[in-house]
Design a binder for this molecule. Sequence first.
Ligand SMILES: Cc1cc2nc3c(=O)[nH]c(=O)nc-3n(C[C@H](O)[C@H](O)[C@H](O)COP(=O)(O)O)c2cc1C
Length: 268
Amino acid sequence: MPGTPNPLSEMTELKGKVISKDERPNPSFLKSALPGFKKTVQGRRAIRIFDEQPIPADVMRDCLRDAVLAPSSSNLQTYELYWTQDQQKKKELAQYCLDQPAATTAGDMIVVVSRVDLWKSHLDKLVAMMTADGTRPLEGSLKEYYEKTVPMLLRTDRLGIHNLLRRFILGYKRQSGPMVNGPVRRSDHRVYGHVQATLAAENLMLSLAAHGYESCPMGGIDKKSIGRLLGLPTSAEVTMVIAAGTGKPEGLFSPRTRLPFDDLVKEF
Ligand SMILES: Cc1cc2nc3c(=O)[nH]c(=O)nc-3n(C[C@H](O)[C@H](O)[C@H](O)COP(=O)(O)O)c2cc1C
């Protein structure tokens, strides 16, 4: 309501830093959001035929802003989301999505890309932001974590020397108690990258749903050709493409099917 103060926009202090309460709503707000959240999560389905109309650009940008609020390991945000409004590029992208109907009829498509190869530049930017460009240096465990632990876990080289070193360091530390198992190998780094990218993808699909649009994640696609279309280096990997737009009734191909809850969720 106009003129009503928004309780969430009050500011709070955390270790000398001012944080908007939007960043951490109070529990009663979270509870009041539950019905909408349930509708969004339960209403999202993979939709495979759309009306071909683009989603308004401001809505799409809003959804993309929600996508990048996804959590990421060490907050390194090692992914990119590519969205185009160019018809020709969309057409080419649909071809590389093997002309799946979701792709050829989508109003929009977003390519979700794993960029674990960018870990160092993201780390440098993050540290610059956290330290106000070096004027408030990191201290204590945060300094240790971002200056030593993160580089130790993510640094790679062509010969695999850092992988070996990491295996040795983690193995040695494990002798005195539980220790992370990786990432150690290149395959671990690939998994790491796709995990972050996938979380952003899910945020994006849920935000689209909350905005009244539908989506279909697509992994059965020619990822290498899409990488070339986007001009990505070979160190980047496409995780998936999300087709989005206004779904047609016939775009829902089947009732929702889930395995028995107990097959998927284990209490121990
Ligand atoms: C990583 C991933 C890749 C997928 N690839 C495709 C795809 O290439 N084509 C497609 O039609 N659906 C694809 N799907 C959608 C799934 O088939 C769909 O999510 C699943 O059947 C469950 O249906 P629901 O999302 O409506 O609950 C993919 C989903 C995920 C998560």
